[in-house]
Design a binder for this molecule. Sequence first.
Ligand SMILES: [Zn+2]
Length: 192
Amino acid sequence: MMDFTILVNKDNLLPRDYVPEGLVEIHEPTGSKIDKTYVNKLNKQAYDAFKEMQKDALKAGYEIFVDSSYRTYDYQERVFNHIVAEKGLEHAKKYVALPGGSEHQTGLAVDVIFRRNNEMIEEQKEDDPEIMWLFSNAHKYGFILRFPKGKENITGVNFEPWHFRYVGKKISEELFSSDMTLEEYSNLQKSK
Ligand SMILES: [Zn+2]
């Protein structure tokens, strides 16, 4: 059974050969911006939960899709090197997860994208109604906003209104109601 609370960040890197359990291929009208042939995958339970959330979002009038999901270590390394080549190492270190340091490698993380008036909106902002709907509802489906505003010093990552992480319904409710990040939750578990 996969541990849905697995913590991945710059201090908790996954090894190159780490491949999570239970990945399924997903087919959404989106895809990687760097490699168009890349097939999106997610943990099955996480994707089932996402689909449920997607269905309810649609009922509320919002068309939400998975943009980027599972990434291998090698893929993250390519993304990282791509940014290094374009903007330099310092910039990359600040804005892109290190190879092994992206929780996309767990198959539990989702970058969302949405469609409005038949047009894909490539940039997600905190005041977009779709994003606001996710902020107040994602926890009901087992997802958390992984890098919230005001918690940058704890997560070590800038506010990312598009990045959601599946942790399972029980934990997502707990983190939502106590306004806790996964880092804080993980520390709390260690101290128990
Ligand atoms: Zn992401």
